[in-house]
Design a protein around this ligand. Structure first.
Ligand code: UD1
Length: 468
């Protein structure tokens, strides 16, 4: 029997005030008073040189909440300087964690004083990954409360598989109303269980790991997602003393442990374990496509070439040279001015298939590849809003039932375009770099959720790009 509890008055008032603030922001945006920052790109310059990739957004936004599960402080390195990370850190601090920045990509975090389990409504609404606080807080406090997560508008983004996993592990939803915008969970006790995911979900797999890692008994996650960030989260937790096997395959087995404190003894509150987030596969892929699209020659450093295989294979199909330099942790991408670039077909799939988060960038590149390319989107139902923006720049793209057809070969011209979401924004940057003339990109706050210092990084390899 699921208990029903109503949110207390104080939290409702906070929520109302958060809502009002959000509504005011949107009105101000409509009046053009906020978020007037833009990227301005003068295109047509081949990118050349070396560029360094930051830590992975999708790892960092799970590993930071995972710090709530630790019984000792930790130091997380290679954390990207992006707005989604800032939100995670703000939520951690709001819950009572001590967070110290050590340089611009390392954070010392101690959660010893955390007792709260309410994620502020406004922060939860700002990003999809706020759902990781549900799994981490449930694992820590056996209670968790957050708003339904926000994030890029890519169509329906349910969290039923997350909730199913939590329930199998012993949690109940305290707000029964299916339409509720709030998720509140409580477990008298958590325990291991067998979770068979109905769909392959990155977030649900990571959340099941977070909730199960300290749950007594054995948890099996079947039909698990295999993305590099799942392996990264498991590596971090195992380093701290968890028993997680099989991350990176479709069956993950977890033996619950009582404490997560590395090999520190009881009371060793001063030990801080260091862990570095893996390189960002999607940022690396975005730079690879930018290099190819501008017919440049770029060494992309600080990457794990294996994570990029699906992207490398598609670029090679189109006639781009991609060298994987495992020992140097780099890939080199080049396409000379006279190399013939040809069409290809893309189907997005969970890892190790072609990533959906690289679909808009590849579609943009394909506008210069001769012939007709077909794109099939299998993960998100509404991931083609960027097509209208590319059309403003002269792209010939038709939308089909679950995909698009790109008729390539003609090139793009500069225009004023909008970053409709994070990866659509990355696609607009590539389009601006490829195009003749000047491109202005608005709504760049979407891009800054996931790309650290992107204008400066691209300027370092010859882009004429600035933020104004
Ligand atoms: C994560 C990434 C996102 C990426 C996506 C797919 C983060 C923070 N975000 O999102 O950038 O595009 O993986 O690689 O890591 N689904 C359900 N029920 C659920 C959960 C998901 O039906 O409970 C469906 C979704 O609607 C979607 C598919 O499963 O069609 C995959 O979604 P999922 O892997 O969960 O994506 P996210 O974790 O939200």
């Amino acid at each position: 029997m699921i208990a029903v509890r109503f949110a207390d008055k104080k939290k409702n008032t906070e929520q109302d005030s958060d809502w009002n603030q959000m509504r005011n922001i949107s009105r101000a945006q409509i009046r053009g008073e906020k978020n007037v920052e833009k990227f301005v790109i003068n295109g047509g310059h081949p990118l050349k040189g070396e560029i360094l990739v930051s830590g992975a957004k999708n790892s960092a936004v799970a590993i930071l909440p995972a710090a709530l599960l630790l019984d000792v402080p930790c130091m997380i390195e290679n954390v990207p300087d992006i707005s989604d990370v800032k939100i995670c850190l703000k939520v951690l601090k709001g819950l009572g964690a001590e967070v110290k920045a050590l340089g611009n990509d390392t954070y010392w975090i101690s959660c010893r004083n955390v007792t709260d389990y309410y994620v502020p409504y406004k922060e939860a609404k700002k990003m999809r990954a706020s759902y990781y606080f549900l799994g981490a807080l449930l694992g820590r406090c056996h209670n968790a409360r957050a708003a339904m997560p926000g994030g890029c508008p890519l169509g329906a983004r349910p969290i039923d598989q997350h909730l199913k996993a939590f329930e199998i592990l012993g949690a109940k939803q305290l707000i029964e109303d299916q339409q509720s915008d709030i998720v509140e969970l409580h477990a008298d006790r958590l325990h291991g269980g067998r979770i068979s995911m109905d769909v392959v979900s990155v977030g649900a797999t990571m959340n099941a790991i977070l909730a199960a890692v300290k749950a007594p008994g054995i948890t099996i996650i079947e039909n698990a997602a295999k993305e590099p960030h799942i392996v990264d989260l498991a590596n971090f937790l195992n380093y701290m003393g968890a028993h997680i096997k099989g991350a990176g395959t479709d069956v993950i087995k977890i033996q619950g442990v009582e404490k997560l404190m590395g090999n520190a003894g009881e009371g060793s509150q001063d030990v801080a374990y260091r862990y570095a987030v893996v390189p960002d596969q999607i940022e690396a892929g975005t730079f690879m496509i930018a290099a190819a699209a501008t017919r440049g020659d770029v060494l992309i450093k600080g990457v794990i070439p294996k994570h990029l295989e699906a992207i490398s294979a598609k670029l090679r199909d189109c006639g781009v040279t991609v060298e994987e330099l495992d020992d140097e942790e780099a890939v080199r991408v080049c396409a000379s001015a006279d190399s013939k670039l040809t069409a290809t077909n893309i189907k997005t799939e969970p890892y190790p298939g072609y990533p959906t988060d690289m679909q808009p960038q590849m579609a943009t590149f394909l506008t210069i590849a001769e012939g007709e390319s077909s794109i099939i989107e299998n993960v998100w139902e509404d991931r083609f809003r960027y097509v209208n923006e590319l059309r403003k720049m002269g792209a010939e793209i038709d939308i089909t039932q679950n995909g698009a057809i790109v008729r390539g070969g003609s090139g793009l011209s500069g225009a004023s375009v909008n970053a409709c979401d994070l990866r659509a924004g990355a696609a607009m940057i590539i389009a601006g770099l490829m195009a003749d003339g000047c491109t202005e990109i608005t709504e760049i706050q979407h891009i800054e959720r996931g790309y650290a210092d992107i204008a400066a990084k691209l300027r370092g390899i010859g882009a004429d790009m600035k933020k104004v």
